[in-house]
Design a protein. Sequence first.
Length: 216
Amino acid sequence: MQLNLAAFIFDLDGVITDTAEYHYLSWQRLADEEGIPFSRQDNEQFRGVSRRDCLEILLAGRNYPEKRVQELLVRKNNYYQDLINEISSANIIAGVLKLLKELKQYRIKLAVASASKNARFVIKKLGIEEIFDTISDGYSVKKTKPAPDLFLHTAEKLRIKPAACAVVEDASAGIEAALAAGMIAIGIGPAERVGKAHYRFDLPEEINLSDIIKVN
Ligand code: BG6
Ligand code: MG
């Protein structure tokens, strides 16, 4: 199947860069400090999910006062920011730059749509800010993934109809959001996680554009 696509919208953490691992390490550290059971496996549910929603999942019904909740959110973010302070273009996942350049050659619009409030900082650190036509982040909309809002907002900024947009995502919540937005979903990761996508690849470097887009 080949499609007439006008825009590619990329998730950031776990698609463009390996920061999904840093989110995990920060949650693990917080959970250990709080004596809350947490594992790499549990972290799979945190992909694409907002910081606050991740904490709700972690607390699993434990009734913490709001002040304490806020303190935990700040602490997790401090751990995460310590880690992303050190990143550079070396943290861009293999194949991503080649893919972005190829898409640009085809005059396809490029965007980032990330649930992260740190997305702009990360993109700057990676040195790829200039490549994108627009960037949406954790501040852009109220309802985060799996709601379609972030992707619809991004398509609107690009002035491109949702049906002409493809979304590249590593999170189950992100694939759900892309499908709810009426966009083509390209999943990166195992079928258990992104199997509902129209296309699935284990790694970004395996994406073969000529199978997906119509090249005029
Ligand atoms: C998403 C990550 O990109 O951003 C989630 O996949 C993370 O794991 C979310 O929780 C929010 O990030 P931040 O930087 O605002 O805490
Ligand atoms: Mg992601």
